[in-house]
Ligand binder design. Structure first.
Ligand SMILES: Cc1cc2nc3c(=O)[nH]c(=O)nc-3n(C[C@H](O)[C@H](O)[C@H](O)COP(=O)(O)OP(=O)(O)OC[C@H]3O[C@@H](n4cnc5c(N)ncnc54)[C@H](O)[C@@H]3O)c2cc1C
Length: 409
């Protein structure tokens, strides 16, 4: 007999695992298939290369699901200030402070693996959720109401609702025949994990240059993550340098406020793509996270909008189940798409405008962005709105992001 789940989620990254948690303790059976179990956490381990700025809304979702404790007990770094400025002599700059909206912090920098570990650990506590991991997916057969996933070890698993949480190259999305609109940015991101001369910092900053932003994200103690956005060839060349030469290039190119870098502990380069699925749902299938949308990471919003997807989809499924509606029906799933698509599109377009307006040396655009940065600094209400938006607190939020559980006793 093949196991048959009400909800079969393919991909146990941060978004798929959040959805599985959100459906934990519901009357529905849930299967979560993940290729690789993340490496166990040890406090002495070096920081991972892949880190994310989690918004206040993401924190609330993870807190409501009982996952936050698993993150904060391991490793994270709160940041209270966020500063953006131009590299030229204009000195136009904006600095946001959590005090401006009476919050204790603007967000947290976390290692992706720590978030995933905390989520997978929480999933073990739910009797209705099976974690199928490690599991190589060999074949996906989309059939509305009874989709099949065949694993490399020969096991077959069925799902009434198949959920694509398998990232940008989603095989589930392809199996369901859902197309995408996409293009590659003429910019890659080089991420470097470094040890600085400064102690713990509470600021994340970004300096805009004509070839792309240079960003600083604080980690615990004197550790930090640097992101260097630039032309693919430039970053390719930087990746070939030895550590000493690379460190020198960082010191030469990053602004003076970076201070002294004592060591580069790791680096990796990532191509950047903008991609949006033509639909988030079809009969018996739904897309969440990067499987549905990939956005430019310059404002650190990708996983944050993915967690909002997971929260919104869980809410639609649980409510439909409680009302006796068929949660696999496309008309029901369309409520999820209506709740999320416009917001995600707006976020994508905003990131595109930042990318276009800031990554060039065109004079009128330069004047415009300097004006924008100066105005943003001076206009209190507008500034507070931008802060709330970056924290994921603007617009209609799903219940979990408001701190309300979707599973009620
Ligand atoms: C340089 C860079 C910096 C970023 N910084 C930020 C940031 O600061 N803040 C932010 O919000 N976002 C950031 N992002 C974006 C963020 O990393 C992504 O949006 C997020 O990881 C998407 O999560 P996901 O779970 O949807 O997909 P993924 O992280 O891609 O996870 C997909 C999971 O599915 C598994 N999988 C895939 N295929 C299968 C299969 N067939 N069977 C089983 N398992 C499968 C994979 O192993 C993986 O665990 C950044 C992105 C980049 C490139």
């Amino acid at each position: 007999m093949k196991p048959r789940y009400d909800i079969l989620i393919v991909g146990g990254g941060m978004v798929g695992a959040t959805l599985a948690c959100a459906l934990g303790d519901s009357p529905l059976s849930v299967g979560l298939i993940e290729h690789d179990f993340p490496q166990a956490y040890e406090p002495q381990q070096p920081h991972d290369l892949r880190v994310s700025a989690l918004s206040a809304a993401s924190r609330t979702i993870l807190q409501t699901l009982g996952v936050w404790e698993g993150i904060s007990s391991r490793r994270l770094c709160p940041y209270r200030r966020m500063k953006v400025w131009e590299s030229d002599e204009s000195r136009a700059a904006t600095e946001f402070h959590s005090d401006e909206i009476g919050a204790s912090e603007l967000g947290h920098i976390v290692e992706n693996r720590v978030v995933q570990l905390a989520l997978l650990e929480r999933i073990r506590g739910f009797a209705n959720v099976d974690l199928i991991c490690p599991a190589r997916t060999e074949h996906i057969e989309y059939a509305p109401g009874s989709s099949l996933v065949r694993l490399a070890d020969g096991r077959e698993v069925l799902g009434r609702l198949l959920v694509a949480a398998d990232g940008g190259q989603s095989r589930v999305r392809q199996a369901a025949g859902i197309g995408v609109t996409q293009w590659d940015y003429d910019q890659h991101a080089l991420v470097a994990s470094v040890q600085t001369d400064y102690g713990q910092q509470d600021i994340t900053w970004q300096q805009f240059t004509p070839t792309g932003p240079l960003a600083f994200l604080p980690l615990g103690g004197n550790h930090a993550s640097l992101v260097w956005y630039d032309k693919p060839d430039t970053l390719k060349a930087l990746m070939t340098l030895d550590d000493t030469a690379f460190l020198q290039r960082v010191q030469d190119s990053f602004p003076a406020c970076l201070g002294q870098i004592d060591a580069v502990l790791g680096r990796g380069s990532f191509p950047l793509r903008r991609q949006h699925a033509q639909r988030y749902v079809a009969e018996g299938v739904a897309l969440v996270g990067d499987a549905a949308h990939m956005i430019h990471p310059l404002a650190g919003q990708g996983v944050n909008i993915g967690l909002l997807d997971a929260a919104a989809l869980a809410e639609v499924i649980i409510e439909a189940q409680a009302l006796g509606e068929a949660f696999v029906a496309v008309e029901v799933l369309a409520r999820y798409e209506r709740a999320r698509r416009a917001h995600n599109l707006m976020m994508m377009q905003l990131m595109d405008s930042f990318y276009r307006v800031f990554s060039n040396s065109n004079l009128p655009l330069k004047l415009l962005r300097n004006l924008g940065l100066g105005l943003a600094e001076r206009l209190g209400p507008a500034k507070r709105k931008v802060i709330r938006m970056a924290m994921g607190l603007e617009g209609k939020l799903p219940a979990l992001a408001r701190g309300e559980p979707v599973i009620r006793e």
